[in-house]
Every structure is written in structure tokens, then in C-alpha cells.
Design a protein around this ligand. Structure first.
Ligand SMILES: NC(=O)c1ccc[n+]([C@@H]2O[C@H](COP(=O)([O-])OP(=O)(O)OC[C@H]3O[C@@H](n4cnc5c(N)ncnc54)[C@H](OP(=O)(O)O)[C@@H]3O)[C@@H](O)[C@H]2O)c1
Length: 277
């Protein structure tokens, strides 16, 4: 699978398997994903599924070095002790002795905390220590907007390798993406299909029809063509396979523009600057 090079020289597969809110049981879907050829899995402490993912990986019997595992620090573990305990737990559940990528799931934000900058700086410092110890191969953030990134960079010794943000047709966060590009931070797209909401969009469906692909595949290609690592989720084995193995095609410049400026039908409604969790 095509790899993207991070700012520390490590490589990340350009398509990863999303595991949030898996109704069927994540063990089954991760098994389908590994069988289909995914080697990059995206999870988080808060998803509550790391142990099941660990089981699925062990049962599949793959060499750890062939897998790329991402997890995230939840908001209740922002201090130094919390970060380290959270990582210890994640390692145990995932049955591994290192993580490929560790992310701050959401920034401490200006709505909830007066001292949000120092909270994020403390979380980051603890992650830098884990990075230096080698237990985490790359560190990054998620849902960081430009002000959160700018504040973090003031005290960071290690530049985040990744910013995982909501990104899909109709919601592309151009300011954040541009800032990340300037700073050498790879952008990852969460909810690339708008958690399924985009499948109902008639304009998107019309464009997909022109290319003879499904709306979901159009969304995935849109992310790849935007230079963004993409994390589709599916519980359907056929969709799981197609989302990884579809024949790559080129979306025209005018259709890329139309997709960028599509109505926000897929938007989650979550603004990292104002969420109260
Ligand atoms: N960092 C964060 O804060 C954050 C937030 C949200 C999500 N994420 C990550 O991003 C991942 C993906 O986002 P998401 O879970 O919101 O979902 P998503 O990938 O945007 O959309 C999943 C939906 O699309 C459908 N689908 C997928 N492939 C399809 C296909 N080929 N044809 C038809 N339908 C298809 C799925 O249904 P079927 O199951 O029927 O295929 C499901 O309803 C998450 O799982 C998680 O790992 C991170």
C-alpha cells in the first residue's frame, strides 16, 4: 500500500481502517479489514475497543512490524500521569509493546479552560517523553485548529507528525490544512464519508455516477487526491474491501472544487474550539 512520509521520516499507510462506533463487534470488522489487506488501524482509548482490536490482531497472527497502530489520549488524561497510564493501558489492551502513532484526541479548548494552552503543553510534553523513550514511534494531535497548533508549537520540542481532523466533501477546513502543510504536519481525514451522512447527498451522488463509482469511493478518492491520509470505517466486508482496493481514478479539478464547496451535509457539527467534552 502507498505510504506517506511523516516529518520524522516514519511512513504511514495512506488508508487506515476506522473503528469508532462499530455496532457489530469490532473483532469481526478488524478481522475483515486485515483479510482485505489493511495494515493501518485507527482506534482511541475512548472507543473502548482496544482490547477487542488486540484480540483480532493476535488471532489473525500478523507480524507486528507489518501493522500501523494509532490510538489517542482521551480528555480525562491530559496531565503527565494520565498520559503515561493511558498509554500503558492501551499497550496492554492492544497486546503490543509500542504504538506507531499517539494523538491528543481533542485539544483542551478556550471555552472550557482559561489555561488551555498550558494544559495542551503538559499533555504534549508527556507525549514527547514517550516518543523519546521509543515506546511511541510518532506523536501527533487531533482536532487541533490553527490557534491550538500555534500555541502548542510555541513550547513543543517535537513538531506533531499528524493532525487528524474532520475532512470530507463539503467540509475541508482549508485554514487548518494550509497551516499543517506549512508546518510539515500530515493531515488525516476522520469521517471521510461523513459517518455515512454523505451517502444521501444528491449532488455528490451525481458526481459519483459520472465516474462510475459509489459515493463512498468518491469520498475516499477525494481525500487521497487532496493529499490527506484517509480513515474510512465500514462493517460490511464487501465495502471494507472496496474502500481499500478500488481502482484509483482522477477527479477533475472542477469536480474537486464542486466537492469542496458542496453543502455541509456531512458535517458532524463539532467545533473543537467550542465543544464541551
Ligand atoms: N479523531 C476524532 O475525533 C475522530 C472522530 C470521528 C471519527 N474518527 C475516526 O475516523 C473513522 C471514520 O469515521 P466514521 O466512523 O465517522 O465513518 P465514515 O468512514 O465517515 O463513514 C462510515 C459509514 O459509511 C458507510 N460506508 C463505508 N464504506 C462504504 C461503502 N464502500 N459503500 C457504502 N457505504 C459505506 C458505513 O456503512 P457500512 O458499515 O454499511 O459499510 C458507515 O455507515 C472512525 O471510525 C475513527 O477511527 C476520529
Amino acid at each position: 500500500m502507498k505510504q506517506v512520509i511523516l516529518n520524522n521520516g516514519n511512513e504511514i499507510p495512506e488508508i487506515g481502517f476506522g473503528t469508532w462506533q462499530t455496532a457489530k463487534g469490532v473483532q469481526e470488522t478488524v478481522k475483515s479489514a486485515l483479510e482485505a489487506g489493511y495494515r493501518h488501524i485507527d482506534t482511541a482509548d475512548i472507543y473502548g475497543n482496544e482490547a477487542e482490536i488486540g484480540e483480532a490482531i493476535e488471532a489473525f497472527g500478523i507480524d507486528r512490524k507489518e501493522l500501523y497502530l494509532t490510538t489517542k489520549i482521551w480528555n480525562s488524561n491530559r496531565n503527565s500521569i494520565g498520559v503515561k497510564q493511558s498509554v500503558e493501558q492501551s499497550l496492554k489492551k492492544l497486546k503490543t509493546d509500542y504504538l506507531d502513532l499517539l494523538l491528543i484526541h481533542w485539544p483542551a479548548n478556550e471555552k472550557q479552560f482559561e489555561n488551555w494552552k498550558s494544559i495542551n503543553a503538559e499533555t504534549w510534553k508527556a507525549m514527547e517523553e514517550l516518543y523519546k523513550s521509543g515506546v511511541v514511534k510518532s506523536i501527533g494531535v487531533s482536532n487541533f485548529l490553527v490557534p491550538h497548533l500555534k500555541a502548542l508549537l510555541k513550547t513543543a520540542e517535537v513538531i506533531p507528525a499528524v493532525n487528524q481532523i474532520e475532512f470530507h466533501p463539503g467540509y475541508t477546513q482549508p485554514e487548518t490544512v494550509e497551516f499543517c502543510r506549512e508546518e510539515g504536519i500530515v493531515v488525516e481525514a476522520w469521517s471521510p464519508i461523513g459517518s455515512g451522512r454523505l451517502l444521501k447527498d444528491e449532488d455528490l451522488k451525481d458526481i459519483a455516477d459520472q465516474y462510475g463509482v459509489s459515493p463512498a469511493i468518491l469520498c475516499i478518492q477525494f481525500c487521497l487526491q487532496s493529499g490527506v491520509v484517509v480513515l474510512p470505517k465500514s462493517e460490511n466486508p464487501e465495502n471494507i474491501k472496496n474502500n481499500l482496493r478500488f481502482e484509483r481514478f482522477k477527479i477533475s479539478e472542477s469536480d474537486m472544487k464542486a466537492l469542496k464547496t458542496l453543502e455541509e451535509t456531512g458535517f458532524s457539527g463539532l467545533n473543537p474550539g467550542t465543544v464541551d467534552f
